[in-house]
Design a protein around this ligand. Structure first.
Ligand code: LLP
Length: 387
């Protein structure tokens, strides 16, 4: 597999580690989404801000005409600052604080994705106080498994997310009886980094069942169905598959989900939009051979990209300044934790101190999950337009 192409001369001058965002690839991805969505005028995409809230990235996504999916007051503010229209913002999360609900009410966002009856009551109460009406979609736990990492499946009955299917009718009736909430839709999300379309088929079928049951109970006119996000990316071959299979993804829903006349379908994609355009650039500090292994110790660690340590996630790693024969390395960071390992037994061009190492497919859940543990500096970030 070929390496990515990067402005290595510029990188040599820069302080590492930093995230590098390939704006032409982001724009091609956004263009592909626009092209695919043109065939489906009732489909609406809200970018999941949690994947990457870098202001430059948010602005490109907003300019492409997409909405925002937010899970905190901070994300709502970042979306507004980037120019997203309040009417394009949906707000999810199991634990919305009062100030976050008030911020969303003041901004008059499109809708709240509500996860419990106590939350519904608080939203209604705060809306009464502010003399507002809150649009709410109810998040339903469809009890559909997804073939992905345990920590990022969300749609099973044991997860904390959503309202159980069999509580649905009662919950909708309660919402309909409240003075200052307007029930507008149903929301679902089954997990993340999903590559098997069958998982989305299963969700679509669950939604069909649920809509049939609700209609039998006299609950009609549900304007919005929101199927969340979750479409995965190819971490092993980012050059071969830089843009996810959006066509198949939307077609899966078009084929299997029975929308009612006038019903609008919403998506909350995060990783698939920004994953491949980001790379973490780091420098090799030391090569340390031991009796059994050879460690390439780099200046990025789990504080800069936590996915390998937290989820055992694989990211493709390349030495972009060496074309020497390959050797086997454990690529590790400098943090005082044994889990601070990016990859083990990795074949990579012979590496020495000062070499630049690219950790690929790091545009989603990379920079945004960085921490200052060990009192490290946060990683830098640059778009290809800037350097
Ligand atoms: N909508 C809801 C309700 C979500 O919980 C999520 C992600 C998304 C949309 C966007 O999902 P995406 O299209 O990006 O798969 N930090 C983990 C991923 C956590 C995902 C959390 N929820 C990782 O690095 O893999």
């Amino acid at each position: 597999m070929e390496k990515g192409t990067f402005p290595i001369d510029r990188f040599q001058q820069m302080q590492t580690p930093f995230y590098y965002y390939d704006i032409p690839l982001l724009n091609q991805t956004l263009q592909t989404l626009q092209d695919q969505l043109r065939a489906h005028p009732d489909y609406h995409l809200h970018y999941a801000v949690k994947a990457n809230a870098n202001p430059a990235i948010l602005r490109h996504i907003q300019e492409a005409g997409f909405g925002a999916d937010c899970v905190s007051g901070g994300e709502i503010q970042a979306a507004l600052d980037a120019g997203f229209s309040p009417q394009s913002i949906v707000f999810a999360g199991v634990g919305k604080a009062d100030w976050e609900i008030q911020l969303a009410l003041r901004a008059q966002i499109h809708s709240f994705n509500v996860e419990s009856i106590p939350e519904l009551e608080v939203i209604n109460q705060l809306a009464v106080e502010m003399q507002q009406t809150a649009n709410v979609s109810l998040r339903i736990n469809p009890d559909v498994g997804a073939h992905t990492h345990h920590n990022i499946t969300t749609g099973r009955a044991e997860n904390k997310f959503g309202i159980a299917m069999d509580r649905m009718k009662d919950t909708i009736r309660q919402a309909l009886a409240m003075s200052n909430v307007r029930f507008v839709g149903l929301h679902f999300h089954i997990g993340s980094q999903i590559l098997q379309m069958d998982d989305f088929v299963a969700l679509a079928q669950r939604i069909n069942e649920l809509q049939d049951r609700l209609e039998q109970a006299g609950i009609r006119d549900i304007r919005h169905i929101n199927v969340g996000g979750g479409l995965g990316i190819d971490y092993t071959d980012p050059n071969g598959h830089p843009i996810p299979t959006f066509g198949d993804y939307f077609q899966t829903y078009a084929t299997h989900l029975r929308l009612r006349p006038g019903q609008q379908l919403h998506f909350e994609l995060g990783r698939a939009v920004v994953g491949q355009m980001g790379t973490l650039i780091t420098r090799c500090l030391y090569v340390k051979p031991t009796a059994t292994r050879q460690f390439a110790i780099v200046d990025a660690g789990m504080t800069d990209l936590i996915r390998p340590a937290l989820y055992d996630a694989y990211h493709r790693i390349e030495n972009i300044t060496s074309s020497e024969p390959e050797e086997t390395y454990d690529v590790v960071g400098p943090i005082c934790e044994s889990s601070d390992v990016f990859v083990r037994d990795h074949r990579m061009n012979r590496t020495q101190r000062g070499d630049l190492i690219a950790i690929r497919s790091a545009g989603a859940y990379g920079e945004i999950m960085a921490s200052r543990y060990n009192l490290r500096r946060l990683p830098g970030s640059y778009t290809s337009d800037e350097i």
